[in-house]
Structures are given as C-alpha cells and as structure tokens.
Design a protein around this ligand. Structure first.
Ligand code: ADP
Length: 511
C-alpha cells in the first residue's frame, strides 16, 4: 500500500498529477481527519479539519496536535488530551478502526464529535493516532428539539397530576368526610394510576436529561454501604408486607466511590424495587457490597421469576418489558433499567444481569473505588505542615486549578498555577519550588515529557511531583513521580497527597 505523503503534497490542488487516490479521497470527505505521529506532532491534516478548526495547514503541520485544541473549552480539550494519552498508553487493546472515545466539542455555533483511534500498520506496529472530527450540529439540534419537547410536555403533565394526586390523597384521608367502600376502592384505583403516571413522567424527564447531556452529577465521595442501608430501610416495610425476606451483606472496609449520592440511591432503589416486584411472596432479596480489585461491587439478588437469556439481552432497552402474566400484573414502564444503566455508566461503572427463569436474578454493578490513598507511613494528614511552602500547580483545567489554589492558599501556601508545561519548566528555574502537581494532559507538551525533563535536570530532580492523571493502572512511582492522584477526585484528596508527599520529603531530608 502506498504510504500517504506528508502534508504539502496532500493539500496540493487536484491538478497535481501526483496526487494519490487515497489523498484525493481524504480531501473530498466532509469529516476532518488529523493524524499525529508518535511524538504527538501533526503528520497529516485534511481540508475539512482545517476548515472546522479554522487553521492554515502550513501553520499546524509538524506542530503538536495538542496545540490544535487550544480554542476548545477546557473540558473538551482535557477530554481530547486524555484520549490521546490513553491511546498512547495502551494502543494495542483496540481492534482496527476501534476508537476509545467520542467527545463532543462546541466550537462557536458548531458541535463537533471527535473520534480517536490508534493507527496500527499492517504488521501491527503503533504509528500514531488518527482523530476524526465530525460536524454533528444538526443531529444535536434535532436531539435537543426532541428532548425539549419531552421535557416541556412532562412538566406540563406534572402540574395537573400533582393536583390529582394531592386531592385523591386528601379524599382517601377522609379530609372531607367518610367514604363508602366503593368510593374508597375507586379512589384507590385513581391513586395507583396517578402514581404510575408520576413515575413514568419522572423517568421520561430523566431519560431526556441524560440523553441531552443535561443531567449534572454532583460528584463527591460516597459510601455505598450507607446507600445500601438507606435503600434497604426504604423498601423494608413493603417487603415485610409482601412477606419477602430482605438481607443486606456489606463487606467491611470497602472504600468510598466518587459519585452523586442521590443518583446512586436511585440506581439501587430501581434494582431493589424490581427485585421486590418480580419476586413472589415468601422469596428472598439480598443487597450486597463487596470489594473487587479496584472496584466496589454492588449486587441486588432475588429468587423471583427470573429472566430468560433472550430477554436479558433486551431488558436494558427503553420500554422493554418481558411479556408474561407476572410482569403484566406488576405496574412498570420499562424505563427503570435503561436509566439505571446510563446512571451507572455516567459514574464510570458497568451494570449487568445474571438470571435464570424461575430461579431468580442478580443485577450487579461495579464502580471504581477512590483508591488513591497515599502511602504516608501512618502520618495524620491534617497534622502536616504545608504553610510557607511554594507549590507549583500545573493544571490544564482552569476551574480545578483555581479551586486547588484557593484551598492551598487558605493553608498559607504560596501557589503558582499554569496550564502550560513549558512555562512550568521555566518557573522551576526562577523560583524555589517545594512541590509540583503535574497534570499529565497539558495543551503544549505531554505531562510525561515535563516530568522527564524535571528529573533529568539536577537542579530540579529532587522537587517532589504529584501526578494528576486519568490512568488508573500505574502508581506515582511507576511514573517516576512521588505520588499520583487519579481523576476524577475531590480536591481534598489532592491536598492530602501533597501533605503526605511533603511530610515524606521532610522525614527523608531530616533522617
Ligand atoms: P419495569 O420494571 O418498570 O417494567 P425496568 O426497565 O425496570 O422496567 O425492567 C424491564 C423489565 O426487566 C421488566 O419489565 C421485567 O420484565 C424485567 N426485570 C427487571 N428486573 C427483574 C427482576 N429482578 N426479575 C425479573 N425480571 C426483571
């Protein structure tokens, strides 16, 4: 196969007889195509990419691909740089054409989707990364219109429904006098069905918010053990009424996860209420929490009606309900599981089911644990002195950099912040720096390169470095740094790592 020629030939006009068919094809496709080599420099870029990014080809060729993302929002830039780093780190776990990420970028009035994949040669050698940029503005507008419609209609329905539910409850509570048996029974039917509608509307709103990216998670450290206990207490009265035996098995010392507590309660409640609805009287339901490697594993198991293999493949689709009498009797919408699955995935987790008809079902989800506890040799972090130190925060996410800076300054630390690796490398020679926090995804040079240069220079090699990265597999030492914090994290976690690292440094220099 002919190798693609470098850029100048690639963008030559169609009158150039030497233009290869591959390049002609690339030049004529509407999607932007950017290829970077192993050193992260742009080796090829087509016209569509230049148009979308509003760059001149000559200005970007052989320049760092990261520089192309400078006009994106911090979030998009971070996501793209993270994706490049993940591909660089582990290019071989993706099949041909498989990418690891699809990121949506807003660029002016355009919405662009980026898809990144490793470029593997015919002999399987990793030779760079191809980024495809696709203009999906129209699709996103149509999707927004649809979800605005669903959400407006849902809101409009919710208002009258609130009155229906409220007044029905008043009547059933004998607020305006006693009821005859048939009246109470009819009102009971109204109440049940109005409640079904409320559930359906809330689920539709959730689906439309998740799909339009408008559901924001309030991420904090969460104890899943507390979540399980809360849900168990919530459903216990109903289980007792139905003569279902509810047990909770929580392994001690499962670390916290980072998540939105209310949404995690919703996830476990959905699974537990399914177990309740699809298990006949006298059955068992078990909620359990265990540690599995670097994840927390939550299972909701029942010995109810079970699900056939064929249906297991479909129950996570919207509105799918298994068609049998037991399911028909239990009120439901078929939206609970798709929402539950999407919520788990928004938390970086995975949800699946094991089930056998007539034997029961176990729904399990795993979430990454917050496992970056630094190895500080038993020193209480809040006792360590950080005041009067100077810390250089090299961080691409400007919001996060501000947050870290504010927190550290409160503790009497002098803080310098920059998003640029080159600038950080200059500052370490101009100021006495006690510690560096180093984001691995920087806009100009890879964080790894900054670390390498710090360690290669005898005037800077002893400055402790706390790495900030999304890559979970390696610890700080394997990177050649003092410590590592994995994204996403609570700022307190990074501060703890900083304290621990400084304390170890103190101990080493005084001992
Ligand atoms: P809903 O329960 O409201 O119908 P879900 O999306 O929560 O909607 O579940 C989809 C379908 O999956 C259910 O209708 C039922 O057929 C099946 N299902 C879910 N959980 C269980 C369970 N624990 N046991 C048996 N079937 C289940």
């Amino acid at each position: 196969m002919e190798t693609l020629l470098p850029f100048p030939q690639f963008v030559t006009s169609s009158t150039d007889a030497t233009m290869s068919i591959e390049r002609a094809v690339l030049a004529s496709i509407a999607d932007g195509v950017i290829v970077n080599d192993l050193s992260g420099n742009v080796s090829l870029i087509n016209q569509a990419a230049c148009r979308l990014l509003r760059v001149e080809p000559a200005a970007v060729i052989e320049k760092p691909v990261r520089a192309l993302f400078a006009s994106f929002s911090t979030r998009a830039r971070l996501a793209l740089i993270d994706a490049l780093e993940r591909l660089d780190h582990d290019p071989y776990s993706y099949g041909p054409g498989e990418g690891i990420t699809e990121t949506v970028i807003e660029l002016g009035s355009l919405v662009i989707q980026a898809h990144l994949s490793p470029v593997l040669t015919e002999i399987g050698e990793f030779s760079g990364i191809v980024t495809i940029l696709r203009d999906i503005t129209r699709e996103v507008e149509a999707e927004h219109a649809k979800s605005d419609f669903v959400s407006n209609v849902s809101h409009e329905l919710r208002t009258p429904l609130t009155s229906i539910v409220g007044y029905t409850n008043l009547l059933l509570g004998h607020a305006v006098g006693p009821l005859s048996d048939p009246q109470a029974s009819f009102l009971g039917v109204i109440q049940t069905n109005a409640n079904r509608l409320v559930t359906l509307i809330n689920e539709l709103l959730d689906i439309s918010r998740i799909e339009s990216g408008r559901l924001d998670l309030d991420i904090r450290p969460v104890s899943l053990a507390d979540v399980l206990h809360e849900v168990a207490e919530m459903i216990r009265p109903q289980c007792d009424q139905k003569d279902l035996h509810l047990t909770i098995e929580v392994e001690p010392e499962v670390d916290r996860v980072l998540g939105d507590r209310n949404r995690l309660v919703q996830v476990v409640t959905n699974l537990a209420s399914n177990a309740y609805r699809y298990t006949p009287s006298g059955g068992n339901i078990t909620l359990s929490l265990a540690r599995s490697d670097t994840s927390a594993r939550v299972s909701v198991a029942d010995n109810g009606i079970g699900i056939s293999l064929e249906d297991q493949a479909k129950i996570f689709q919207r509105f799918y309900r298994v068609s049998n009498a037991a399911i028909f009797e239990a009120a439901g919408t078929g939206l609970g599981l798709p929402i539950t699955k999407m919520l788990v995935e928004m938390h970086g987790g995975r949800l699946w089911v094991n089930s056998e008809p007539q034997k029961g079902s176990t729904f399990t989800f795993v979430l990454p644990l917050q496992t970056d506890e630094p190895t500080g040799g038993g020193v209480r972090p809040d006792e360590l002195p950080v005041a009067n130190k100077t810390i250089l925060v090299v961080e691409n996410d400007s919001d996060l950099a501000r947050q870290i800076g504010r927190q550290l300054r409160l503790e009497g630390v002098s803080v310098l912040t920059t998003a640029w690796g080159e600038e950080a490398l200059q500052w370490v020679h101009q100021r006495a720096i006690d510690l560096i926090t180093l984001d691995m995804a920087l806009p100009d040079v890879p964080g790894m390169e900054v670390l390498r240069r710090l360690k290669a220079d005898k005037t800077t090699c002893n400055i402790p470095v706390v790495i900030v990265s999304i890559i979970r597999e390696k610890n700080g030492e394997e990177w050649g740094a003092s410590e590592k914090v994995t994204r996403p994290f609570a700022v307190e976690k990074l501060i703890t790592s900083i304290r621990q690292t400084l304390s170890l440094q103190n101990a080493n220099s005084s001992g």
